[in-house]
Design a protein around this ligand. Structure first.
Ligand SMILES: Cc1ncc(COP(=O)(O)O)c(C=O)c1O
Length: 376
């Protein structure tokens, strides 16, 4: 059990296990128009820009809600009514962006690959060459559906060469997998407080090229999701337009302080990569198979193919792990039955080994001979 609060460890894609210091940061009240909170809010925005190495060219616009709110707000603000989006899909979050664009009544086309396959760069090149109406390309950095790492730099280079705008959903990767504005040309990157930066849920944000955002007045379909208005107001008054998720922001500030102390993106990448290595090695020893080959697997969440052994029942397995202090995650794949185990959050190798011990015992108790997805 999570000794700080007797909570189970969350081996999920978020919300995640947070540190005690992050939780404790919320044990106060603040005035939303008061200088103390305004300072914290500004520091959070500045630090998010710093993580993306985007100071000077981009601005950070936060928005209340979960990550999807930030995605919807960004698309609604940046994609003009006469624009046309190309969405690269290899999982549920690419599909969600299409759904958002359809809700907005804007034009959209897609390039889809299976959930275990990165987008085809050749197809992207060809589609952009053949369709001059496409104004924006949208891509997911780590597709959390499978845990696949998409080739964001190669995609960005093609989009830049064709003179189109790039919007990246980096929800589950931001802070753990390097994404620098110095290296990758993007108009917007969206993420949220409760993923790899290990804050609590309640705030999304978008890092947007300032020269682009300046031209977006009047694009948005929704007042509360208008990031141009949110940005202009926040710059002018230093305040949120509507009630800010204050406790979330203060906890996020504390979480980022710990993030920088632990080595920033590099430190987080190293810890999560080690978590993934320990987890995957241990699972493979028990016969479990990962969906993805190691070179496509991001150190975020691992998809495991459902074992073929008739003694394996996912719900029973899940419940037994939960009773012993570990929460795993159901699968979201359409291609194959699966479940997922996350390696992010305030967790290290000891937690991965703890989870493996519990999995080993549970497999034995359930009479499962092997975790292999291939029937004996
Ligand atoms: C890549 C990606 N995009 C978008 C989302 C949506 O975020 P939320 O569930 O916070 O709305 C998630 C959530 O896990 C995600 O992983």
């Amino acid at each position: 059990m999570n000794s700080t609060a007797q909570d189970p460890w969350l081996l999920t894609p978020g919300p995640l296990t947070t540190s005690m210091a992050t939780k404790e940061a919320m044990l106060h009240d603040w005035g939303s128009r008061d200088a103390t909170f305004i300072e914290t809010n500004q520091r959070v925005r500045d630090n998010l820009l710093k993580i993306a190495e985007a100071e000077g060219c981009h601005v950070c616009v936060p928005v209340q809600g979960s990550g999807t709110f930030a995605v919807e707000a960004t698309i609604g603000t940046l994609l003009p009514r006469g624009g046309k989006a190309l969405v690269l899909i290899n999982g549920a979050y690419g599909k969600r962006m299409v759904k958002i664009i359809e809700y907005l009544g804007r034009t959209c086309t897609t390039l889809e690959t299976p959930e275990d396959t990165p987008p085809s760069l050749e197809d992207l090149e060809e589609t952009l060459s053949n369709d001059p109406h496409i104004t924006h390309v949208l891509v997911v950095h780590c597709e959390t559906t499978s845990g696949i790492l998409n080739p964001i730099k190669a995609v960005a280079d093609i989009v830049e060469r064709h003179g189109r705008h790039l919007i990246i959903d980096a929800m589950s990767a931001f802070g753990a997998i390097a994404l620098s504005a110095k290296d990758i040309r993007f108009d917007a990157v969206m993420a949220s407080s409760n993923k790899c930066l290990e804050g609590v849920p309640g705030m999304g944000f978008s890092i947007i090229r300032q020269s682009v955002l300046e031209k977006c007045k009047g694009n948005a379909h929704s007042l509360s999701l208008d990031l141009h208005d949110q940005w202009v107001t926040m710059e002018e008054t230093k305040q949120w337009r509507f009630t800010p998720p204050i406790h979330v922001i203060v906890a996020f500030d504390k979480a980022m302080e710990q993030f920088f102390e632990a080595g920033g993106v590099e430190g987080r990448f190293a810890r999560y990569s080690n978590n993934r290595r320990v987890l995957v090695d241990g699972l493979r020893e028990m016969g479990f198979e990962t969906l993805l080959p190691d070179q496509l697997q991001a150190p975020i969440i691992v998809t495991i193919k459902m074992p073929a052994d008739p003694a394996f029942d996912f719900q029973v397995f899940y419940d037994r792990l939960k009773d012993q202090g570990y929460i795993i995650y159901p699968g979201k794949l359409t291609v194959a039955p699966s479940f997922r185990i996350g390696c992010i959050g305030a967790l290290d190798e000891s937690h991965m080994n703890g989870a493996l011990d519990v999995i080993r015992q549970t497999v034995a108790d359930m009479g499962i001979k092997t975790g292999s997805p291939i029937a004996a």
